[in-house]
Design a protein around this ligand. Sequence first.
Ligand SMILES: O=C(O)CCC(=O)C(=O)O
Ligand SMILES: [Fe+2]
Length: 432
Amino acid sequence: QQSTHPSGRSINILNESGRRVEIHWMNPDDGSLVLQTKPDILAGASQSLSSYIGHTFEVRELPAKKSGVCAGDGDVCRVDHFTVSANQDQIFIIGEGIVVEHTDSKTIATKSASALLDTCKSNAKKQLAADPDSATTILESLSACVQKGVADEIEKANEEIAFQAEVRRNMAALVENYTCADETLNTTESKRTETWENRKVHVMIDRPASKIHVIDDFVTEEECKAVADTAEPILHDATVADGSGGSKLSESRKAKQAGIKVHWDKEADGDLIARLSRRVYDYVNHVLALDIKEDGQEDLMSIQYFGRGPDDDKPDRYMPHCDGDCTGLDFKSGSRMATIVMYCDVPEVGGATRFRNSNVHIKPKQHAATFFSYIDPVTMKMDSGFTEHSGCPVVEGTKRIVTQWVRLGVDKENPWNSFNTLGVKYSDAENQ
Ligand SMILES: O=C(O)CCC(=O)C(=O)O
Ligand SMILES: [Fe+2]
């Protein structure tokens, strides 16, 4: 519970004081002390604690077992305090004299930045002493020195991130089937909630290039029915592009689907599908402020998965995929950058929407919607894998969703399919 709470921080305490200490949490309401360390932290030992931003702790030196006294002046037991900050990777080092030093991701970064500057500065000073008239050259070599140091540090950090991302991806792939099959798994706890047009929004991840929201009561029963009625006569097996301009059935996408055209000319008359589609673009614009218009966008897609029981070895499902690019590339005009999946009918068993790289599991709730975006609207860089998702196998019952894949850079003259050189049908549009 603590580690998933947004203000939860797990902290590490190292006892380098040479003395035995204990840690108390200070209750801000009444100032009482609550012992956190049992047994005591011996000299040289470490201890981790689950805490929260803003919590303050007291470190108390304990009397030596033999002498029965502390090592402070006049045998006094020394005390210090520390407070948990918002930064990540916080370490509290209890030093000699029971003085607590606080390090975290920020202070470590600051330290390595100043170490780097110190090296460059001392080089510059030496040069200046040798040749007092060479100020310009010195300034140049100083900035070259800093630049190289910064580049080296960034490269190191990027390499570390790439390594960690690979470990995380491999783990995610491994647990995918287990988590999909785990019926006891509920929707992941949200980071925070918001409200949009009287609807509750659960914010699951909120990164510049990767957002996942669940919106309650996004679609109404009559809108679902309007889509289902239109889909019924044209429902067909889901296909993917076969690479030569045609389409083929796919193991990775087992479902029935039908493209649903939006009759915008009937919007003013209260057309239910147009009303739903308008809400989709309103929400996308609310989150991304990219001024997305309906012109040239893909049709709505009705997708239906049918459960055939636990013995079906080829259940209806969508294997993990990204709807657009999710490799961190620059955005390409006309391509997808957000998706809304609306749940019209939810199955009895199976059928969760899973974002395996973000560890976000969404158990479909009738009439709710999952919104996700995979573009950073400021840098125009795409998500780097956090929005990869799957529709878990549907085991019992029927799952009916309506999906809108949203593009940026399309309009009447340049509709979505003009960006597809093969000119494949709408049913082949999803990138796999
Ligand atoms: O069925 C789901 O939950 C996911 C559907 C999906 O991935 C899509 O429509 O792009
Ligand atoms: Fe998808």
